[in-house]
Design a protein around this ligand. Structure first.
Ligand code: 5AD
Ligand code: SF4
Length: 451
């Protein structure tokens, strides 16, 4: 994913930001922009105009990093064409590679995910012979006091970061090393942000964390707030403002979260619950701390309390030592659950992770790709099957804007996160519409209007 933030203002130094990776990174770019705007920078979407070029990077898989190396070559061309252009690599790849990014790559600034407050100081201290690096990870930083400059120009939907870092040590995953230890953000600052967004006309907030279920804020007086309590507080900001959250962890998602979702109409009925594998042997090696039966029980619980809940997932094909039987276990789990959609990946060994130290990356490329393709094909069928169950239902959709294919039509998401297209009656982004599902594809619900 790549997002480019837009704006123009001619008198100030200009920053251009490209964002790679997850929603958390998108939100971090908004934090970075807020910090830089306070320093007098304005945003440009035109790299040729930029005084400062930033890439907010992702290290989750090798191909994510390879893309960024490719872009870095282009940034360097800018620098050669226009003297004085500053190049900054920030985010997860900055944290992972540290000063290796400085060696011969013409990078001026390297800042890890907890160093964004220092960007102004780093920019001031920067000279051609003195590149700046700050990759210290923090146990406290949550950027709680910084109001992110929102990227969604429609002003409909916004991210709110509720925590940073991750304390799980899934053996394949680089995130605990790039984003550091888990810390929860003060709930008052989260609620203030949610209220401000509501007052500014936003209709949807998404609470973000690597593992939202382990949100746990402790006040000095000993009181604490856990995730379901936070979710409830945010839901109460306004019944007109939808609340989403991501990502849930199967080992931690509690009944209380599920009951809180069921209690409030404006908490969207969608859970992103990455399973990673359907094989308990693989899950053990992945250090996920649940097994296949546990995962299926959590799904059953969700569906017993919220029958229409959208459930989406992440799957990794070809983890270390994965047998054909392990792979089949993933396929049968997917058939059993019928996920609404899934992000599906081939395992990519990440240096420094437990798996890289303990287990050989021994599944041949061809086998990984073949298994991934089987998973993708199966999910296509499952997505269609899950969408077909929606036919005839009435759904409440938050309008995102005109449909890409046909500008006479609108598109938007239902509570369960499914994308709907339907005829326009002149509504705009941010309006709610009731629609009836007439037909479906594996990606979209095609709807008519309810009178
Ligand atoms: N290789 C492939 N996929 C990975 N993910 C995380 N680490 C790796 C890796 N080393 C996937 C997981 C996670 C999602 C964000 O990325 O499925 O849930
Ligand atoms: Fe997000 Fe993980 Fe990529 Fe970092 S490595 S940007 S946390 S997906």
């Amino acid at each position: 994913m790549q997002n480019i933030i837009h704006t123009t203002d001619d008198s100030r130094p200009k920053v251009y930001i490209e964002t790679y990776g997850c929603q958390m990174n998108v939100n971090d770019s908004e934090v970075i922009l807020s910090i830089l705007q306070d320093e007098g920078y304005s945003l440009t979407e035109d790299i040729d105009q930029a005084d400062l070029i930033l890439a907010n990077t992702c290290s989750i898989r090798d191909n994510a990093e390879q893309r960024i190396w490719g872009r870095l070559d282009q940034f360097r061309l800018q620098k050669r064409r226009r003297s004085g252009v500053v190049i900054g690599i920030v985010g997860c790849m900055a944290e992972r590679l540290k000063d290796k990014l400085l060696d011969g790559h013409e990078v001026d600034i390297v800042a890890g995910p907890d160093a964004y407050r220092n960007l102004p100081e780093m920019l001031k201290a920067l000279t051609p012979d003195n590149p700046q690096i700050d990759v210290l990870l923090s146990h406290e930083e949550t950027y709680a006091d910084i109001s992110p400059v929102r990227m969604d120009k429609k002003g409909v939907s916004a991210f709110i970061s509720i925590m940073r870092g991750c304390n799980n040590v899934c053996s394949y995953c680089v995130v605990p090393y790039t984003r550091g230890a888990e810390r929860s953000r003060d709930p008052e600052s989260i609620l203030r942000e949610a209220r401000e967004l509501h007052e500014a006309g936003y209709k949807e907030v998404t609470l973000l964390g690597q593992n939202v279920d382990s949100y746990d804020w402790k006040a000095e007086d000993g009181r604490s707030v856990n995730f379901p309590q936070l979710l409830e507080k945010v839901a109460l900001v306004s019944p007109q403002m939808r609340v989403r959250f991501s990502t849930s962890h199967p080992k931690d998602i509690s009944d209380e979260v599920i009951y809180t979702m069921a209690k409030y109409e404006n908490i969207c009925k969608h859970i992103h619950l990455p399973v990673q594998s359907g094989s308990s042997i693989m899950l053990e090696k992945m250090r996920r701390k649940y097994n296949r039966e546990w995962y299926l029980e959590r799904v059953a619980k969700i569906r017993s309390v919220i029958p229409d809940c959208g459930i989406t997932t992440d799957v990794i094909a070809g983890f270390c030592g994965e047998t054909q039987q392990d792979h089949l276990d993933t396929l049968t789990l997917m058939e059993e659950v019928v996920f609404d959609s899934a992000f599906m990946f081939a395992y990519s060994e990440r240096p420094g992770t437990l798996a890289s130290k303990k287990y050989p990356d021994d599944i041949p490329y061809e086998t990984k790709t073949a298994r991934l393709n089987e998973i993708i094909t199966l999910q296509g069928r499952m997505s269609l099957k899950s969408n077909e169950k929606e036919i005839g239902k009435t759904l409440k959709v938050l309008v995102e804007g005109p449909s890409k294919k046909n500008h006479e039509e609108l598109c938007g998401r239902a509570s369960n996160n499914k994308m709907c297209v339907f005829p326009s009656r002149g509504e705009k982004a941010g309006d709610y519409c009731e629609v009836i599902v007439d037909s479906v594809t594996s990606a979209t619900l095609i709807c008519s209007r309810k009178d």
